[in-house]
Design a protein around this ligand. Sequence first.
Ligand SMILES: CC(C)(O)[C@@H](O)C(=O)O
Ligand SMILES: [Mg+2]
Length: 562
Amino acid sequence: MSDNRRSQVVTQGVQRTPNRAMLRAVGFGDNDFTKPIIGVANGYSTITPCNMGIGDLAERAEAGVREAGGMPQIFGTITISDGISMGTEGMKYSLVSREVIADSIETVCNGQSMDGVIAIGGCDKNMPGAMLAMCRLNIPSIFVYGGTIKPGHYEGEDLTVVSAFEAVGEYSAGKIDEERLLGVERNACPGAGSCGGMYTANTMSSAFEALGMSLMYSSTMAAEDEEKAESTAKSAQVLVEAVRKQILPRQILTRKAFENALSVIMAVGGSTNSVLHMLAIANAIGVPLSIDDFETIRRKVPVLCDLKPSGRYVATDFHRAGGVPQVMKMLLSKGLLHGDALTITGQTVAELLADIPAEPRADQDVIRTFDHPMYPQGHLGILKGNLATEGAVAKLTGIKKRQITGPARVFESEEECLRAILDKQIVAGDIVVVRYEGPKGGPGMREMLAPTSAIIGAGLGDSVGLITDGRFSGGTYGMVVGHVAPEAAVGGTIALVQEGDSITIDADHNLLQLNISDEELAQRRAAWQPRKPNYTRGILGKYAKLVSSSSRGAVTDLDLFE
Ligand SMILES: CC(C)(O)[C@@H](O)C(=O)O
Ligand SMILES: [Mg+2]
């Protein structure tokens, strides 16, 4: 069987003379029409540090494909910067961009009958967007992460962009002066790369390494280091080989692979967004995965890594300490990873990890041993109760309390909520409710990094709870529960909460409860009226119409014609 089995429909036969004529104009010669055509989905953009180095990587990928005997065809994909759109109406486009990226890669690769795809991305939605496309296409695919940013330095501290978000809360609480605020702003982001802690981008790249869809070690390399470029060229080679061997996403992305990724997400202390994205990816490939699977795995897998947001270190420290492969080997040695899962290299996970010791190196404390974990169980808990019958995602790191009952402080948007925190209207014991920010309601589940950072900055991380039908940033920590489903816009219980109602968040019992009687709840439900959608046209209107519940990954193609 030839390597160009899909692209033959545009390259072979008399009828394809015009097609070849056009391909010649973009660089094909007489001997190139039997080579596999490899799409290079290039996420380059100068709107965010996460993506600004990707253009060079795409060139390395192109050269790598060519050297390995393939014909590269480069095309652009979009990105939104979560960090820059954070706290604005623009953030509503962030999760939506995941679908746009998926749709665009699917459109080009199928429209052009490509034989394989190498996607290169940086900011948070680039990773799941590309992976959704790879699942839909089911052609040999590899993901290359644009790489992490290096930490900034100021007054002896390592900074990330989240330091800047927290500085806003510290400044408003009178804890730091204007000079320090400016010092943090000037030094937090020193160059190219995605936000540097174990935030969403680094979480998703780590998860993809665990899934077997990116090369080992590639997900924690710094964007600006030469090894990143080298591993991009290597990824291109591996992909062309995978096209020859016809190693397909459906062979790699099995239930075992998802379980491996979930274990790694817990062990590294990853972002709540991973719950949403992994559910969406599983849906796209047709693997049964439910929100409850996260809870099952959480109970078995400890948080092993001391990484930001709640820990001390950044992704470049993690990389030096052994990165994802070291964590995977530790999990494998404890029976918490499936070693027989296939990877895009054609080798199994166990084969790739063969030379790595089962214990982390003693000269570092980024990756802890099983005897001294950061937390004995995973940190992403699935809560249910009358406030979240379909489930909600709690992040349980950086706090001493795992249970809180307090009065609801209800806000109909993120902006209102942030104003109240900065105006010192929120006090210890309160449970902040931010609603109508869900997949349909926002639409787009904005990330609440500004309010959660302001709570941390004000020193209320342990004493104030926050629940929302929106999302959190990977930089968020504290007593926070997001993805509350069903969301307010479809009449979920979160829409029925009134100012001052008692709410319980109980992570030990996986409970998210509105403490009112069933009768009272039924009365309020009967009286509830849906709100007029915020958007009825354009992409946000289309998205609000199509999007599924967050408990199903907030996908736009679930049961479209059922
Ligand atoms: C801006 C951040 C920190 O990158 C955020 O978007 C995340 O989700 O991690
Ligand atoms: Mg984000």
